[in-house]
Design a binder for this molecule. Structure first.
Ligand code: WT7
Length: 653
């Protein structure tokens, strides 16, 4: 193998293990035999899991696999909304709380399964009145309020695939998604509450609909009661939904009926419409939600802090938890409004037992300081989850100690919009976890780390993460772009799904995610993962957050440039000394090869709205170029702040 194709370096070492307590293990939903049962016959295993859903007609065959196209539970018929709601109500669980909703201004709504079902039936009847039929696409552009879930479930109930567009996206982004899916209806709200103020959503819909489209009606939830411009295609949700019958008999849809489209960004500007179908998707989200989060629906209070605009909100707020009859917290606002302890205050208020959040928020909490979590009683927590990007061992340990009181297993869950459900994660009552590792594929799933020739690497080696067997909740394609589907996921290794992530196996075969392979740096012929260097930096006591890029370097091909946010209270007047300390620290943690050429102290990092660092923009700064397209940044000013900060730092030198 040439230098270029050398597998990822395996540099960072981590030897801490955290087995579950005997008590947790004994009571866990997932027991060790789960793996053996699945390995023996994966199809029979998934068949068994699918049986826990309510089907109106049975399937005749488990899987039809014509690579890269899968069909699961062929011929079976079911309704997603019936599985999430009717089933609980008809089996006597109607008075259980589905959502404890907390608005950012502090308004509270408690919604039982029976109430949620009634709302969904009425909303389904309203959609029918508006002419929506099975197969029609509906765009949903909403703040984080219960009506967002009601809208999704009402669409599912009548077989109209929903396309949720995150409420933080612009009018332009909304229009391109409306066009791509050819949506017939938009469901939105006047606005929502965020950072202590009302923001408007409806004007973005009006702006978007100045473009080309086939949208006939816009259904508007009244959330903020702000002044809202009106056209004759607009209808207030409360007017049309309130007068509907609360009877609606759901129709059964084919297992492969499209349930939703969700757009995700790719390497080109045009987002990919990832589409998912019904039976397989629901089977895997319900199974993983039950096993990975160990959900005990009678006693747990589960809180996933994601927005419904992301896949995490689809799979682990709406479909998985509701199918399992869970009681959830739903929060509209930001974690620092009105104060930095808001999330902790709500954990204490509702007695949250299971918390599922993202490393970016965990690192933000670390930066704010321990006094905020410590001011609240977090002893109700019994399980913690993480998703969205690799979690640094340091952040993992902080999450365990400060949030989990050294008591709660942590499940670091790897998956993607495309995979639909969790693929790699510890099982909390079985796995001895390691800080920073997502550990192993969940039962019934096959994930491997391979080299350039698709050959599995051995323990201690790195490579590309692939999924070499079809799975129930896999994407069924990119909406309207068949060639792109094959090209993006199935062409790197012929007929094998390539996730785009690098990973390594440690000496015991546990999987460590190393970030997107596009983020891999090549320093003097050594492939070094941005994640490993970032983890090393964050493990230094003065660092809260770090982003690393490979910048063109005449000597080494690429050189490592690190952007670092210091922890609260750390002065950086002693910049030079600290720079040296950090560079030495990385050298000690990983090796001299990974020593950053340059360390730049900044106050913010450029992130997308889902919290992913936009390294491309940092690379522009590191290579002294004008900063490129920054339209998907959560905070459009951040690059200006970074450049200004660096300019003034230079002039001080
Ligand atoms: C990409 C998928 C799945 C919901 C949220 C993101 C990264 C996700 C982990 C994790 C390391 C992770 C990967 C993946 N990622 N979870 N636990 N450890 N990396 O969904 O926007 O489709 O992004 O997020 O790079 O490919 P998404």
């Amino acid at each position: 193998m040439s230098q270029d194709h050398e597998s990822l370096e395996n540099l960072l070492s981590e030897d801490r293990h955290f087995p579950p307590t005997a008590q947790f293990a004994a009571a866990a939903n997932a027991q060790p035999d789960e793996y053996a049962r699945a390995d023996k016959d994966p199809l029979a295993f998934w068949d068994e899991q699918a049986k826990s859903l309510q089907w109106d007609s049975p399937w005749s065959k488990t899987l039809d696999w014509q690579s890269p196209y899968a069909k699961w539970f062929i011929g079976g018929k079911l309704n997603a909304s019936v599985n999430a709601l009717d089933r609980h109500v008809s089996q006597g669980r109607g008075s259980r709380v589905a959502f404890h909703f907390e608005g950012e201004p502090g308004d509270v709504r408690t919604i039982t399964y029976a109430e949620l079902l009634t709302e969904v039936k009425k909303a389904a009847n309203a959609l029918i009145e508006l002419g929506i039929k099975a197969g029609d696409r509906v765009a949903i552009y909403m703040p984080m309020i219960p009506e967002a879930a009601v809208a999704m479930l009402a669409c599912a109930r009548i077989g109209a695939p929903h396309s949720v567009v995150f409420g933080g996206f612009s009018a332009e982004a909304l229009l391109s998604r409306i066009q791509d899916a050819d949506a017939k209806l938009v469901i939105t709200a006047d606005g929502g509450f965020r950072k202590g103020a009302a923001f408007a959503l409806k004007p973005a819909v009006d702006e978007a609909l100045k473009g080309q489209h086939n949208v006939e009606k816009v259904l508007v939830v009244q959330r903020t009661k702000q002044e809202t411009a009106w056209t004759n295609r607009d209808i207030w949700w409360h007017e049309i939904v309130a007068r509907q019958s609360s009877e609606h008999v759901a129709e059964s849809f084919d297992s492969e009926h499209p349930l939703f489209i969700l757009y995700t960004s790719g390497t080109t500007a045009k987002p990919k419409g990832i589409f998912h179908t019904t039976g397989g998707y629901l089977t895997q989200v319900a199974y993983t939600h039950k096993m990975v989060f160990d959900i005990k629906p009678e006693t747990d209070v589960y809180w996933c802090t994601a927005d419904v605009g992301w896949i995490t909100g689809h799979s682990y707020i709406v479909y998985g938890p509701l199918i399992n009859g869970a009681t959830q917290v739903m929060y509209e606002g930001t974690p620092d409004t009105p104060h930095k302890g808001r999330i902790f205050e709500l954990i204490a208020k509702y007695g949250v037992t299971i918390l599922y959040t993202a490393p970016t928020l965990i690192r933000t909490w670390m930066k704010w300081g321990d006094e905020f979590p410590q001011a609240h009683d977090l002893t109700s927590l019994r399980l913690l989850g993480s998703v969205g990007e690799p979690i640094n061992p340091e952040a993992w340990m902080w999450y365990r100690e400060v949030i989990g009181g050294n008591r709660c297993p942590i499940v670091d869950t790897w998956w993607q919009t495309e995979t639909g459900a969790i693929m790699i994660s510890p099982l909390p009552g079985v796995t001895a976890t390691k800080p920073g590792s997502a550990m192993n594929a969940v039962p019934g799933i096959s994930a491997k780390v391979v080299d350039d020739n698709a050959v599995a690497v051995g323990n201690g080696r790195g490579g590309y993460l692939i999924l070499d067997q079809p799975w129930p909740s896999m994407l069924r394609g990119i909406w309207g772009e068949d060639e792109r589907y094959k090209e993006t996921y199935w062409s790197r290794f012929d007929g094998i799904y390539f996730a785009g992530d690098g990973a390594k196996l440690d000496d015991e075969g546990a999987i460590w995610l190393l970030g997107r392979v596009d983020d891999v740096m090549n320093v003097s012929g050594h492939r070094i993962s941005t994640t490993e260097v970032e983890s090393a930096l964050v493990s230094h006591e003065s660092v809260a957050e770090a982003a690393v890029v490979g910048a063109a370097d005449a000597m080494t091909g690429q050189a490592i440039v690190a952007f670092v946010i210091l922890r609260g209270g750390i002065e950086h007047a002693n910049g030079d000394e600290l720079n040296k300390a950090l560079r030495d620290h990385v050298a000690k943690q990983i090796g001299a090869i990974a020593k950053p050429r340059q360390i730049l102290i900044v106050n913010e990092l450029p992130k997308t709205r889902s919290g992913k660092i936009m390294r491309r923009l940092l690379k522009d700064v590191a290579e002294d170029r004008a900063v490129g397209d920054a339209t998907t940044l959560a905070d459009p000013n951040v690059m200006k702040l970074i450049s200004e900060g660096l300019q003034s730092a230079k002039s001080e030198d």
